[in-house]
Design a protein around this ligand. Structure first.
Ligand code: FES
Length: 104
């Protein structure tokens, strides 16, 4: 059964920013939207560049490489050139620790 794994401290990710963290063999992007944290695979579904390089506006993350946009809560691709959703992970915060749940 998958378990939550600690990935970062809340202070590592300022509001309105996204950061990338290694978790096992996975690169996981975590962003802070007004104090709420969201996590997703750090790989654009268009050409697999890191989404953590992108620009965050509210829950919308824009990939800087070709302009695809994603909803960081649902993973939904909001515009071309991406058509597939990015995989998202459940997040919980305990104290100032951020945990993510990655299913196998
Ligand atoms: S790699 Fe993200 S839009 Fe192309």
């Amino acid at each position: 059964m998958a378990e939550y794994e600690k990935i970062a401290k809340t202070g590592d990710i300022p509001s309105g920013e996204v950061r990338s963290f290694a978790l096992g063999s996975e690169m996981v992007a975590v962003c802070n939207v007004d104090g709420r944290f969201y996590a997703f695979r750090d790989e654009c579904t268009h050409q697999a560049y890191p989404l953590s390089d992108g620009m965050l506006e509210g829950r919308k993350l824009t990939c800087i490489y070709h302009g695809a946009e994603f909803d960081v809560e649902t993973g939904e691709a909001l515009c071309l050139p991406a058509t597939d959703a990015v995989e998202t992970y459940d997040v919980k915060v305990e104290g100032d620790d951020i945990y993510v749940l990655i299913e196998d």
